[in-house]
Design a protein around this ligand. Structure first.
Ligand SMILES: [Mg+2]
Length: 154
Protein backbone atom coordinates (compact mmCIF):
# COMPACT_ATOMS: atom_id res chain seq x y z
CA UNK A 1 0.00 0.00 0.00
CA UNK A 2 1.19 3.49 -0.76
CA UNK A 3 1.87 5.67 2.26
CA UNK A 4 -0.79 7.95 3.66
CA UNK A 5 -0.26 11.18 1.79
CA UNK A 6 -0.80 13.44 4.73
CA UNK A 7 -4.30 14.76 4.14
CA UNK A 8 -5.61 13.07 7.26
CA UNK A 9 -8.95 12.16 5.75
CA UNK A 10 -10.42 9.03 4.32
CA UNK A 11 -10.13 10.28 0.76
CA UNK A 12 -6.40 10.18 1.16
CA UNK A 13 -6.16 6.56 2.28
CA UNK A 14 -7.56 4.90 -0.81
CA UNK A 15 -4.59 4.92 -3.11
CA UNK A 16 -3.69 3.17 -6.32
CA UNK A 17 -7.15 1.65 -6.54
CA UNK A 18 -6.71 -0.30 -3.31
CA UNK A 19 -9.85 -0.51 -1.22
CA UNK A 20 -9.31 -0.28 2.49
CA UNK A 21 -11.45 -1.87 5.22
CA UNK A 22 -14.46 0.18 6.36
CA UNK A 23 -12.79 1.19 9.61
CA UNK A 24 -9.92 2.75 7.67
CA UNK A 25 -12.33 4.76 5.53
CA UNK A 26 -14.14 6.39 8.42
CA UNK A 27 -13.90 10.17 8.29
CA UNK A 28 -13.59 11.79 11.67
CA UNK A 29 -14.16 15.43 12.44
CA UNK A 30 -11.01 17.20 13.60
CA UNK A 31 -10.88 17.30 17.39
CA UNK A 32 -10.71 21.11 17.43
CA UNK A 33 -14.10 21.53 15.74
CA UNK A 34 -16.02 22.47 18.86
CA UNK A 35 -18.91 24.98 18.72
CA UNK A 36 -16.80 27.46 20.71
CA UNK A 37 -13.91 27.23 18.24
CA UNK A 38 -16.36 27.59 15.37
CA UNK A 39 -17.88 30.75 16.87
CA UNK A 40 -14.41 32.21 17.44
CA UNK A 41 -13.48 31.52 13.83
CA UNK A 42 -16.72 33.07 12.61
CA UNK A 43 -15.97 36.21 14.65
CA UNK A 44 -12.38 36.37 13.37
CA UNK A 45 -13.56 36.10 9.76
CA UNK A 46 -16.09 38.90 10.34
CA UNK A 47 -13.48 41.10 12.03
CA UNK A 48 -11.06 40.54 9.14
CA UNK A 49 -13.61 41.79 6.60
CA UNK A 50 -14.86 44.66 8.73
CA UNK A 51 -11.35 45.97 9.47
CA UNK A 52 -10.79 46.27 5.70
CA UNK A 53 -14.22 47.72 4.99
CA UNK A 54 -14.91 44.79 2.69
CA UNK A 55 -18.47 44.28 3.87
CA UNK A 56 -19.52 46.79 1.21
CA UNK A 57 -18.61 44.11 -1.37
CA UNK A 58 -20.15 41.24 0.53
CA UNK A 59 -23.54 40.77 -1.06
CA UNK A 60 -25.14 37.34 -0.91
CA UNK A 61 -24.67 36.97 -4.67
CA UNK A 62 -21.00 37.94 -4.56
CA UNK A 63 -20.30 35.64 -1.65
CA UNK A 64 -22.20 32.72 -3.15
CA UNK A 65 -20.13 33.24 -6.30
CA UNK A 66 -16.96 33.37 -4.21
CA UNK A 67 -17.95 30.14 -2.45
CA UNK A 68 -18.50 28.34 -5.76
CA UNK A 69 -15.18 29.60 -7.13
CA UNK A 70 -13.29 28.49 -4.03
CA UNK A 71 -14.96 25.06 -4.15
CA UNK A 72 -13.86 24.83 -7.77
CA UNK A 73 -10.31 25.70 -6.78
CA UNK A 74 -10.38 22.78 -4.34
CA UNK A 75 -11.68 20.51 -7.08
CA UNK A 76 -9.03 21.79 -9.46
CA UNK A 77 -6.32 20.31 -7.24
CA UNK A 78 -7.71 16.87 -8.10
CA UNK A 79 -8.18 17.51 -11.81
CA UNK A 80 -6.69 14.80 -14.00
CA UNK A 81 -6.23 12.42 -11.09
CA UNK A 82 -7.88 9.06 -10.58
CA UNK A 83 -10.01 8.11 -7.59
CA UNK A 84 -7.76 7.41 -4.65
CA UNK A 85 -4.89 9.52 -5.90
CA UNK A 86 -3.78 12.66 -4.18
CA UNK A 87 -4.28 16.19 -5.42
CA UNK A 88 -1.69 16.14 -8.15
CA UNK A 89 -1.29 15.01 -11.72
CA UNK A 90 0.03 11.43 -11.93
CA UNK A 91 3.82 11.41 -11.81
CA UNK A 92 4.07 15.05 -10.79
CA UNK A 93 5.45 14.45 -7.33
CA UNK A 94 3.91 14.32 -3.89
CA UNK A 95 0.49 15.81 -3.30
CA UNK A 96 0.37 19.29 -1.91
CA UNK A 97 -1.58 18.86 1.31
CA UNK A 98 -1.06 22.53 2.17
CA UNK A 99 -2.77 23.57 -1.07
CA UNK A 100 -5.76 21.41 -0.13
CA UNK A 101 -5.87 22.97 3.32
CA UNK A 102 -5.67 26.45 1.83
CA UNK A 103 -8.63 25.80 -0.46
CA UNK A 104 -10.64 24.20 2.34
CA UNK A 105 -9.96 27.36 4.36
CA UNK A 106 -11.08 29.55 1.45
CA UNK A 107 -14.31 27.56 1.15
CA UNK A 108 -15.03 27.81 4.87
CA UNK A 109 -14.20 31.52 5.05
CA UNK A 110 -16.42 32.21 2.04
CA UNK A 111 -19.24 30.21 3.60
CA UNK A 112 -18.92 32.05 6.92
CA UNK A 113 -18.97 35.41 5.13
CA UNK A 114 -22.07 34.33 3.20
CA UNK A 115 -23.78 33.24 6.40
CA UNK A 116 -22.89 36.51 8.12
CA UNK A 117 -24.57 38.68 5.50
CA UNK A 118 -27.45 36.29 4.91
CA UNK A 119 -28.38 35.76 8.54
CA UNK A 120 -27.84 32.01 8.35
CA UNK A 121 -26.58 30.17 11.42
CA UNK A 122 -24.44 27.53 9.70
CA UNK A 123 -24.32 25.12 12.64
CA UNK A 124 -28.08 25.28 13.19
CA UNK A 125 -28.67 24.89 9.44
CA UNK A 126 -26.33 21.91 9.26
CA UNK A 127 -27.96 20.26 12.29
CA UNK A 128 -31.42 20.77 10.81
CA UNK A 129 -30.31 19.40 7.45
CA UNK A 130 -28.58 16.43 9.06
CA UNK A 131 -31.79 15.59 10.93
CA UNK A 132 -33.69 15.73 7.64
CA UNK A 133 -31.08 13.50 6.02
CA UNK A 134 -31.45 10.99 8.86
CA UNK A 135 -35.08 10.58 7.76
CA UNK A 136 -34.28 10.54 4.06
CA UNK A 137 -31.44 8.03 4.44
CA UNK A 138 -32.33 5.63 7.24
CA UNK A 139 -29.37 3.41 8.03
CA UNK A 140 -31.38 0.26 7.35
CA UNK A 141 -32.00 1.36 3.74
CA UNK A 142 -29.01 3.53 2.95
CA UNK A 143 -26.00 1.78 4.46
CA UNK A 144 -23.58 0.98 1.66
CA UNK A 145 -25.98 2.23 -1.00
CA UNK A 146 -25.51 5.14 -3.39
CA UNK A 147 -29.21 5.32 -4.29
CA UNK A 148 -30.22 8.98 -4.18
CA UNK A 149 -33.51 8.39 -2.36
CA UNK A 150 -33.63 4.88 -0.87
CA UNK A 151 -37.05 5.49 0.71
CA UNK A 152 -38.51 5.71 -2.81
CA UNK A 153 -36.62 2.74 -4.27
CA UNK A 154 -38.70 -0.16 -5.59
MG1 LIG B 1 -8.74 29.69 -3.18
Amino acid sequence: MAPNRGLGYAAAVQVKGETLPDERRTVRAPSHSTPHAFDALHEAVAAFAEARDWRQFHTPRNLATCLAVEASELLELFMWTRDGEGPHPPGAGPPDARAVEDEVADVLISLLNFCAVSGVNPLAAARRKLAALEHKYPVALARGSAIKDPTRAD
